[in-house]
Design a protein around this ligand. Structure first.
Ligand SMILES: NC(=O)c1ccc[n+]([C@@H]2O[C@H](COP(=O)([O-])OP(=O)(O)OC[C@H]3O[C@@H](n4cnc5c(N)ncnc54)[C@H](OP(=O)(O)O)[C@@H]3O)[C@@H](O)[C@H]2O)c1
Length: 386
């Protein structure tokens, strides 16, 4: 098998680091063309020394100066911000771009990857939540594909091989239920930052960890699945599965349910996306079902976790509504992490934004970017008034 040339956006994050572990575990299979980080220059410098990329991207000129001072690789080209991410995503040598940025900040890099005709291994679910209406047309123009990295969407992708899309009755999108699955809803307002950051099964970056605690992560994944698999929201059912062994399922019209199982380990879906259409031998996520013993499934509680209802509402509204939902969520999560608002305020704020939102049903890129910017301003204003 020929080696693949890859760019990893967000290489200093949880998914970015796991991707580099996959690269290390498969010597000779990958060449790292470009890496990107936000502000963690120490880790980026270590990665540069080890993987010797041709190009790196950092958050701003300030981080670029710090990195130049560290001089991890003489002559290394350094880009900054959104322009730098675009440059990395469109380098002609790329075979695959893996987008592990967090938030809507990943949207343009995803779009530019597809526009450049390169396959996009997508962890940054916010790209599709925010810009979903734009991707289909861009993919049709260039033939580039989105290869899901989110474990649930990787599972669905794998299960879909068992039948035709027209034979799908519904997708069963599994959710661990997060750290507050069993907690009394009346105590949710007292949830601290530390409690919310303590996820029972997955070790992830802070934003997705809070999204998992509110269950907005599952809501975002529902919208991501709508775009990835061209299915209406009503054909996607969320199922609580506390063990996080079944990563999602597809039910076909003959009532067969096909599932993908493994122990929770993001290296498995990352490797599946990077090696697709092949599978390479690996023990990542290897599961012994007899030891696991039990797999439980039950209905989610939308009253306890209003984020699920809100995301479904935004998916039904369509157009710019998911972009508004996402922007409000990003602002609210940031303020929760900074200690400015309480846990239950996150979804209250999103609800207020969604109620006021005037949907543009068939948005252009500018409409989406305006919606993102304007919603952030509104949400920050609402928090400022409290
Ligand atoms: N973690 C998981 O297990 C998991 C599973 C499924 C899907 N995902 C999805 O994967 C994405 C990444 O999640 P994560 O947990 O890996 O996040 P993370 O650990 O917070 O990492 C985010 C990465 O993006 C960089 N970054 C953050 N803001 C940026 C900005 N404005 N401009 C440029 N770079 C920026 C960070 O750089 P610095 O750290 O250098 O500042 C870091 O490299 C998210 O969309 C998440 O929903 C994650």
């Amino acid at each position: 098998m020929n080696s693949k040339t890859i760019t990893i956006l967000g290489s200093t994050g949880s998914i970015g680091r796991a991707t580099l572990d996959v690269v290390v575990n498969h010597p000779g299979q990958f060449e790292i063309l470009a890496l990107s980080a936000g502000r963690n220059m120490e880790l980026l410098a270590e990665q540069i020394k080890r993987f010797r990329p041709k190009f790196v991207v950092v958050y701003s000129e300030k981080e670029a100066d710090i990195l130049r001072e560290m001089n991890p690789l003489p002559g290394l080209e350094i880009g900054c911000g959104q322009e730098g991410l675009k440059q990395a995503a469109t380098l002609p040598e790329n075979d695959i771009v893996l987008n592990a940025l967090v938030g809507a900040a990943g949207l343009m890099a995803s779009l530019e990857t597809i526009r450049a005709g390169k396959n996009l291994a997508l962890a940054n679910k916010e790209s599709l939540v925010v810009g979903g209406p734009l991707f289909e047309a861009e993919m049709a123009k260039t033939g580039a594909k989105i290869l899901p990295v989110d474990s649930e969407h990787s599972a669905i992708w794998q299960c879909l091989n068992a039948g035709k899309t027209s034979e799908v009755r519904q997708i069963l999108l599994t959710a661990s239920g997060g750290p507050f699955r069993e907690r009394e809803a009346s105590t949710f307002k007292d949830i601290s930052r530390e409690e919310a950051l303590n996820h029972p099964t997955w070790k992830m970056g802070p934003k997705i960890t809070i999204d998992s605690a509110t269950m907005m992560n599952k809501g975002l994944e529902l919208i991501e699945a709508v775009w990835l698999f061209s299915l209406p929201p009503e054909q996607i059912k969320i199922v609580i599965h506390p063990q996080s062994i079944v990563h999602s399922m597809v039910e076909f019209v003959d009532s067969s349910i096909i599932a993908q199982l493994s122990n929770p380990d993001m290296k498995l879906p990352i490797a599946y996306a990077l090696f697709w259409p092949d599978r390479l031998p690996s023990d990542n996520g290897k599961a012994d079902l007899a030891t696991i013993g039990q797999l439980n499934f039950y209905e989610p509680d939308d009253c306890k976790f209003p984020a699920l209802k809100l995301a479904r509402q935004a998916a039904d509204m369509g157009g710019t509504a998911p972009a508004a939902l996402n922007a409000a969520n990003e602002v609210a999560v940031e303020h929760f992490l900074n200690g400015r608002i309480g846990f239950t305020r996150i979804t209250e704020l999103i609800e207020k934004i969604l109620v006021k939102h005037n949907v543009i049903v068939t948005p252009s890129l500018d409409d989406i970017l305006n919606c993102d910017r304007e919603t952030r301003r509104q949400a920050a204003g609402m928090i400022g008034k409290e």
